[in-house]
Design a protein around this ligand. Structure first.
Ligand code: GLU
Length: 467
């Protein structure tokens, strides 16, 4: 859809929420505006010697807190409007989950599959070089991360390039989602999907809210459909699946599959690793196109791919009671109204997929602290628990086995602390926005925007406006 304007969509959702806040129009306009937009074009020498022009963007939406933060995506859909919309969503998302960053986003308009690994490395390094020259990267200015089409490998290239250009002491903090050996953090890869799970679980555990949409309490036994088995989609699905939810449908680029009885996710992943596609997987029905499965009967639908997936064309056919927006901007404003008016609960992107940036925040903290979480306290905690347990043994008949001691006297290591911080963030923020939803009698997306606008507005009122 060429006339689809993603940034307008984000701003419309913002405006709806802004009406519930006390800020004047001028300030609200400033909150919505992208503070800095960088568009670059640079040459790539392809492996065969020919030269191609590569287009890239980086948008810093809000400087109310620094650094600005947000992923870098590689896709043919990347353009200035998309990057601006995604950068704005980062600002609101960070505000909702109290991650102290402004929002940013970057993108390179390429079809990854058409380039060799060496070419992708050259593109990534040159892009980083351009960002550096324009002051669009650095631990205190702007910190990229993975997004659609990028992962730890690309982040490793970005850090390495930055290191060659800068002697900054905190250089490791110039990018997050890095490989562990380059200053990454345990749990970052899984973080967005796991956060999506914690958010959906928190919603499902609220008996009163479930009653409103005619569902029983709890995630267990609920059927779900996932669109996109990439990093976010896979980990969201895997966590739900392990918690006892039933995967009934999967959509991927090549097509979609459905099975009322449930799909074995682990077996499906093995099948895809071998065949390269999900279609034709045993025990499932292959549907005629990728989008068909979104319309199937299920309790939870999780769009975990790209924007504009639930739109005016298919919204009337969506049957799910809960929409879990793992992707950024998967539901258009029109579709949102249609699905909401049918009585479904939409758990919005600006809250639900914030687990990624939350753990990025932990990674950045680790980098600027130059120490791994748990390094100082883990052994101390373990020893303290052991002392308490031995007192319990001394005053009771109970003798703990080695296995029990291992579980009971566990100190928090990096992976435990990251997971605990992520879980707490997702639960606390859900309850904050759910409270606002009830106070103003609005939907969760509007509630999340109200929450973000209030936090941002209070900061902006005191800053950056020269007399
Ligand atoms: N790309 C992810 C997002 O859209 C993560 C951003 C980050 O970690 O900075 O939220």
């Amino acid at each position: 859809m060429s006339n689809y304007k993603f940034f307008d969509q984000v701003n419309k959702a913002f405006d709806k929420a802004a009406a519930y806040t006390k800020f004047d129009t001028g300030l609200l306009e400033q909150l919505k505006a992208c503070n800095a937009v960088l568009h670059i074009a640079f040459p790539l020498k392809r492996d065969d010697g020919t030269i191609e022009v590569i287009q890239g963007w980086r948008v810093q939406h809000s400087h109310h807190k620094l650094p600005t933060k947000g992923g870098i995506r590689y896709s043919m859909m990347v353009n200035e409007d998309e990057t601006m919309a995604l950068a704005a969503l980062m600002t609101y998302k960070c505000a909702v989950v109290d991650v102290p960053f402004g929002g940013a986003k970057g993108g390179i308009m390429i079809n990854k599959a058409k380039y060799s690994d060496a070419e992708l490395e050259r593109i990534t390094r040159r892009y980083t070089f351009e960002l550096y020259k324009k002051n669009f990267i650095g631990p205190a200015t702007d910190v990229p991360a993975p997004d659609y089409g990028t992962g730890a490998r690309e982040m490793g290239w970005i850090l390495d390039t930055y290191r060659q250009l800068s002697d900054e002491l905190n250089a490791d903090g110039c990018v997050t989602g890095k490989p562990l050996e380059q200053g990454g953090i345990r749990g970052r890869t899984e973080a967005t999907g796991r956060g999506v799970f914690f958010g959906i679980q928190e919603a499902c555990d609220n008996a009163e809210d479930m009653k409103e949409i005619g569902l029983e309490r709890g995630v267990e036994g609920k059927t779900f459909v996932i669109q996109g088995l990439g990093n976010v989609g896979y980990h969201a699905a895997k966590n739900l699946y392990d918690a006892g939810a039933i995967l009934v449908g999967v959509a991927e680029v090549e097509g979609s599959i459905y099975s009322k009885k449930g799909i074995n996710l682990d077996a499906l992943m093995e099948y895809r690793a071998e065949k390269g596609v999900i279609t034709g997987f045993e025990g499932t029905k292959t549907l005629k196109d990728s989008g068909s499965v979104l319309k199937s009967e299920c309790d939870i639908l999780i769009p975990a791919a790209l924007e504009n997936q639930l739109n005016i064309k298919n919204a009337n056919s969506i049957k799910a009671k809960i929409i879990g927006e793992a992707a950024n901007g998967p539901t258009t404003i029109d579709a949102h109204e249609i699905i909401k008016n049918r009585g479904a609960l939409i758990i919005p992107d600006n809250y639900l997929n914030a687990g990624g940036v939350t753990v990025s925040y932990f990674e950045w903290l680790k980098n600027i602290q130059h120490v791994r979480f748990g390094r100082l306290g883990k052994r101390f905690e373990e020893d303290s628990y052991r002392k308490i347990l031995s007192v319990i043994e001394a005053v009771s008949e109970r003798q703990f086995s080695d296995k029990e001691l291992k579980i009971l006297a566990k100190g928090g290591g990096e992976e435990d602390l990251v997971d605990s911080g992520l879980k707490d963030t997702m639960i606390t923020s859900y309850n904050q926005i759910n409270e606002i939803r009830k106070v103003h009698n609005v939907d969760l997306r509007t509630a999340a925007f109200i929450n973000a606008i209030e936090k941002l507005g209070n900061i902006y009122e005191r800053m950056g406006i020269f007399p």
